[in-house]
Design a binder for this molecule. Structure first.
Ligand code: IVH
Length: 796
C-alpha cells in the first residue's frame, strides 16, 4: 500500500469496506439485484485485502475476505457440500510495459508452482471463465439425484427441480465407466441470444428486463416455481468434479474429456497450455474472440493440470493455490449521465439514447448507450446527472442497465418523453400497444430521409458503392437529394460541389489543382457506382424502400410469390395476408406504404430514372394452391366462419358475387350452420367489407391469370441473363440481334458491368471489350452467336 492510499484511520476504513462489501454480497447473492459493478466490487475487496495484510490486527475471521459470498436463504432446502465449493483468486492487469509487468500476478502464480513443485513450465488446463452461477450436480449410479447452488461454499440451496428443466444437464449419464458417485461442478449461464430474446420480449411487453445474463441465470435458477425456470432458457457447462467415488484420469483436462463423453457440455474453448507464455497466449486468444462468443465470460481460468500437483499445492483460505482466474476488463462500468437524446430512425422510431461522461468498458471508450425506449427510461428512472451503470458485451450496442440510486445528486427531475421530434418538430406519436414512439413527420423529417437514403444505398439493398453514411447525410442536409431517385440525377459536377461544401464546413478547403482532380475522380466513381446500382433485383429493391417490417427475407418471399413490382405495389393487404410467410403485420405495412401517393411517386420516379430488375417474372405457380376463394373468405374473418365453412362456401360458389347473391338459404344449403349464416348476412350488409373482398377477388384472378399455363412454362434459354452487344456485326443489325436475344429471355443492356453474363462482339469493338476482359466476362464472337441462334431456332 502506498503512502498516498493509506487511510487516516484504517480501522474506520476497514469497517466501512466490510459494510459495503456485505451489502453488495446480499444484493448480489440473495436479491439477485446488484447495484455496483463487478469492477467496483473487486476494487473494494482488494482494498480490504491490502488493509488486512498491512494491519494484521484488523483481520477478523468473519471478514468478507475469508468467507465466500452470502449464505443460502429463502425457500429452498439447504444442502451441505461434502467437499466445499471454493472460489478462485483473481489476477488483474497492472501498469507496466512488458508482459511480465502487466501480468505480474499471473507470472507470480506460475513461478510459485514451478518453485514449489520444482518443475519447469508446468502444464495447465486453460478455460474460459463463464459468468453465471456455480452449481454442483450429484449423480449416483449414473442418475442425477441432487443439484445445489454454491451458497457460501459450505452450504448451498437445493435447486434440483429447477435444474431438471435445463436441457444441457443430463438426467442420466451416457457411455460407461462413470464412478458410482460423481459430483460434477460447473456454471449455469444464459446464452447471449437467449438473454437478448428475453429482454426484447420484456421491453416490448412492459416487463422488467434482466440487467445481464448472469442475473438472468441466477434469478431464474432461484425461482421457487420450476415452470418459470423452464421458460427462461438456461444452459450449463461443466468445469470440475467434486466428490468422486470411483476412478478418474490423473489430469483435469482428461477428466473434462470424460465428462464430455458422459454427456456434459464442456466449453469448446477449453485447452491446455504450458508455462507463463502459454497462459498469456491463451489469455490473448480468448480475449480477441470474446465479443464473438455465445456467452459472457469475465476472464480465463488456469488450473494446474495434474491432480498430484494440485494436492501438493494445496489451498489458502478460500482459494486453491493451483488455480487462478485471470480477469478481463469489466463489461460493466459506472459513469455520469449527461443527457438523454432522442434519435430518429429510418421509419421514424424515436429512441432515447444516453450521452455519458466517456468511460472505458471492456477496452472500448463508450460515450453513448441505448436506453431502448421511453418505458425503459421510466422503469429505470434514469435522470440526467445520475450515476449509471453501462454494459457492453459481445457485439451488442452498449446499454444503460441501472442507476446507482444512492449516488443521485440533489435536484434531479424525472425524465419524460418529449412531445415533438427534435429534428423536424413534428409530433411524436405512439401507436396503440407499441413500445416505440415515432416521429409523424415521414419524409418531411430530415432524420428519416437521411436514414432512408443510407438504407437504400446499403450493401444489402441497392449496394451503391462509394456512397458512405457521411455523404448520404450531407446530400440530405444540403437538400441536394430528397428521395433516392434524386440520387440518379446527380452529375459529377454536383458531387464535386457537394464535396466542396463539406470541406468548407469542415474548414479544410483544399484549393489545389491536385485536390480538385482527386475530387473529380471520386465523383466520377460515385456516379458510376450509382449507375451500376440501377441493375438490381426485385428483393433488393423492395428491401431498399425501407418499408416497416420488410426485411431481406420478407422481400424475397414477396418477390417470389408475386413475381413483379407491379404486382407487389398493387396487391391489397387482404390478399397479401393469405400468402404463406407473410403475416398480418407485413401485409398491412406494405399495403399502407403503397397506399400513400407520395410513395408510389417515388417508386415511379425510380423506375423512370432507369432501375431495372434482372429477376422479374410471373407470379409463382404455387399461388394456385394458396390464393383461393376459400383462403380469401377465411382471411376476411367473418364470425363463426372458420376453415370448414370457408371450404364449404368456396366449393358451392365460384365467385364473391355468387356467394353474396345466395342469401341465407343458399348458405345453409352450402353446409354452414345458422349462426354463421347470420354473420354472412351481416357481412353482406357491410359495404366496405364487401368492397374489400371484391377487390381481393379481382386481384386474385389477375394474379392467377398471370401464371404461365402448365406445359407452356418452358424456361427461356436466356432467362435471367444480361447481354451486351458491341461493334458491327456482318449478318444482322444490332437491333435484330437485340430482338432475337430478348425473345430468348435475355436482358440486353448498354454497358458492361459485373452483372453482364456475356458480351457479343462484332468488328471494331472498343472500350466495352476491354471492360469485359477486365471484369473477366465471357465474350462471344459473331460465329458463336449465329450458331447459338440457329440451334435455338431448330429446337423451338
Ligand atoms: S473452477 C476450485 N473453472 O468462477 C476452483 N470456476 O471465482 C473452483 N467459474 O465459483 C472453480 N468458470 O462460479 C472454475 N472454468 C471455470 C470457471 C469457474 C467460471 C466461476 C465459478 C466459481 C468462480 C470462482
Amino acid at each position: 500500500m502506498t503512502e498516498r492510499n493509506r487511510p487516516a484511520d484504517p480501522n474506520d476504513r476497514v469497517a466501512a469496506l466490510r459494510a459495503q462489501i456485505e451489502q453488495a454480497n446480499h444484493r448480489y447473492q440473495v436479491l439477485d439485484d446488484p447495484d455496483i459493478t463487478d469492477a467496483d466490487y473487486d476494487r473494494l475487496m482488494r482494498e480490504l485485502e491490502a488493509l488486512e495484510a498491512e494491519y494484521p490486527e484488523l483481520a477478523s475471521r468473519d471478514s468478507p475476505t475469508r468467507t465466500v459470498g452470502a449464505r443460502a436463504t429463502g425457500g429452498f432446502a439447504e444442502v451441505r457440500h461434502a467437499l466445499p465449493m471454493l472460489s478462485l483468486g483473481n489476477a488483474f492487469e497492472q501498469e507496466g510495459d512488458t508482459g511480465r509487468e502487466r501480468f505480474r500476478e499471473v507470472a507470480e502464480f506460475e513461478r510459485r508452482i514451478e518453485q514449489t513443485l520444482d518443475r519447469k513450465e508446468p502444464t495447465f488446463s486453460v478455460e474460459p471463465k463463464l459468468d453465471g452461477l456455480a452449481i454442483s450436480l450429484r449423480y449416483e449410479n449414473g442418475l442425477f439425484v441432487q443439484g445445489a447452488t454454491r451458497g457460501d461454499g459450505e452450504t448451498g440451496e437445493d435447486v434440483t427441480a429447477n435444474l431438471r428443466t435445463i436441457r444441457a444437464i443430463p438426467l442420466k449419464l451416457r457411455g460407461k465407466g462413470w464412478p458410482e458417485v460423481l459430483e460434477v461442478r460447473g456454471e449455469v449461464i444464459m446464452l447471449r441470444k437467449d438473454f437478448e430474446a428475453f429482454n426484447e420480449y420484456a421491453r416490448t411487453h412492459g416487463e422488467k428486463p434482466l440487467a445481464n445474463p448472469r442475473n438472468g441465470a441466477a434469478g431464474s435458477l432461484r425461482q421457487l416455481d420450476p415452470a418459470i425456470t423452464a421458460k427462461r432458457r438456461l444452459s450449463f457447462f461443466a468445469y470440475a468434479v467434486g466428490v468422486v467415488d470411483g476412478e478418474l484420469p490423473p489430469t483435469h483436462s482428461a477428466t473434462l474429456q470424460k465428462l464430455r463423453q458422459w454427456g456434459f457440455p464442456v466449453p469448446p474453448e477449453v485447452g491446455v497450455a504450458t508455462g507463463f507464455e502459454g497462459l498469456l497466449a491463451y489469455f490473448h486468444r480468448i480475449g480477441d474472440s470474446r465479443d464473438g462468443l455465445p456467452y459472457d465470460i469475465d476472464g480465463v481460468v488456469y488450473k494446474l493440470d495434474d491432480y498430484a500437483g494440485q494436492r501438493e499445492m494445496g489451498f489458502v483460505s478460500r482459494a486453491p493455490r493451483w488455480a487462478i482466474a485471470h480477469k478481463f476488463p469489466a463489461q460493466e462500468q459506472s459513469t455520469t449521465l449527461l443527457d438523454i437524446q432522442i434519435q430518429i430512425g429510418r421509419t421514424g422510431a424515436a429512441t432515447p439514447r444516453a450521452r455519458m461522461e466517456p468511460v472505458q468498458v471492456a477496452g472500448v471508450t463508450v460515450t453513448y448507450a441505448t436506453l431502448h425506449n421511453a418505458d425503459q427510461v421510466m422503469r429505470l428512472d434514469v435522470r440526467i446527472g445520475d450515476t449509471v451503470i453501462v454494459r457492453r458485451a459481445g457485439d451488442v450496442i452498449p446499454e444503460v442497465v441501472r442507476v446507482v440510486e444512492d449516488q443521485r445528486p440533489e435536484g434531479t427531475v424525472p425524465w419524460s418523453m418529449p412531445t415533438h421530434c427534435p429534428v423536424c418538430n413534428s409530433a411524436l406519436i405512439r401507436e396503440e400497444g407499441a413500445a416505440a414512439w415515432r416521429c409523424s413527420g415521414g419524409l418531411i423529417c430530415a432524420a428519416q430521409r437521411k436514414e432512408a437514403l443510407i438504407h437504400f444505398a446499403s450493401r444489402r439493398a441497392l449496394d451503391i458503392e462509394g456512397l458512405g453514411e457521411r455523404f448520404a447525410e450531407a446530400l440530405v442536409e444540403l437538400d441536394m437529394v430528397r428521395t433516392p431517385a434524386d440520387l440518379y440525377r446527380m452529375s459529377v459536377d454536383d458531387f464535386v460541389d457537394m464535396k466542396q461544401c463539406l470541406d468548407e464546413l469542415d474548414g479544410t478547403t483544399p484549393d489545389t489543382v491536385k485536390a480538385g482532380k482527386i475530387a473529380t475522380k471520386w465523383a466520377e466513381n460515385l456516379v458510376e457506382g450509382i449507375a451500376a446500382s440501377k441493375h438490381t433485383t426485385l428483393p433488393r429493391f423492395l428491401f431498399g424502400l425501407g418499408i416497416m417490417h420488410i426485411g431481406e427475407s420478407t422481400a424475397k418471399t414477396l418477390a417470389g410469390w408475386l413475381g413483379s413490382l407491379d404486382a407487389v405495389r398493387s396487391t391489397p393487404a387482404s390478399v397479401l395476408r393469405v400468402l404463406p410467410d407473410v403475416g398480418n403485420e407485413v401485409a398491412t405495412s406494405i399495403a399502407s406504404f403503397f397506399a400513400q401517393p407520395g410513395n408510389q411517386e417515388v417508386v415511379d420516379d425510380l423506375i423512370d430514372v432507369g432501375i431495372t430488375f434482372s429477376d422479374e417474372g410471373a407470379p409463382s405457380p404455387l399461388l394456385k394452391t394458396q390464393l383461393t376463394l376459400e383462403a380469401l373468405i377465411l382471411s376476411t374473418s367473418i364470425e363463426s366462419v372458420a376453415k370448414v365453412y370457408a371450404g364449404n362456401l368456396a366449393k358451392a360458389f365460384d365467385s364473391v358475387d355468387a356467394l353474396l347473391g345466395a342469401g341465407t338459404e343458399g348458405w345453409l344449403k352450402a353446409g354452414v350452420k345458422k349462426k354463421a349464416a347470420g354473420s354472412l348476412e351481416a357481412f353482406a350488409g357491410n359495404d366496405q367489407a364487401v368492397q374489400e373482398l371484391r377487390e381481393a377477388e379481382a386481384t386474385m384472378r389477375l394474379l392467377l391469370s398471370a401464371i404461365p399455363q402448365a406445359g407452356t412454362t418452358r424456361v427461356l434459354p436466356l432467362e435471367g441473363k444480361t447481354v451486351v452487344v458491341t461493334g458491327t456485326l456482318s449478318m444482322l443489325s444490332r437491333d435484330q440481334v437485340k430482338e432475337q436475344l430478348e425473345a430468348l429471355g435475355a436482358k440486353v443492356t448498354e454497358s458492361v458491368s459485373k452483372k453482364t453474363t456475356f458480351l457479343v462482339v462484332g468488328n471494331a469493338a472498343g472500350s466495352k471489350l476491354k471492360e469485359a476482359h477486365r471484369l473477366g466476362i465471357e465474350v462471344w464472337d459473331e460465329a458463336r452467336l449465329s450458331n447459338f441462334l440457329l440451334q435455338q431456332k431448330n429446337r423451338g
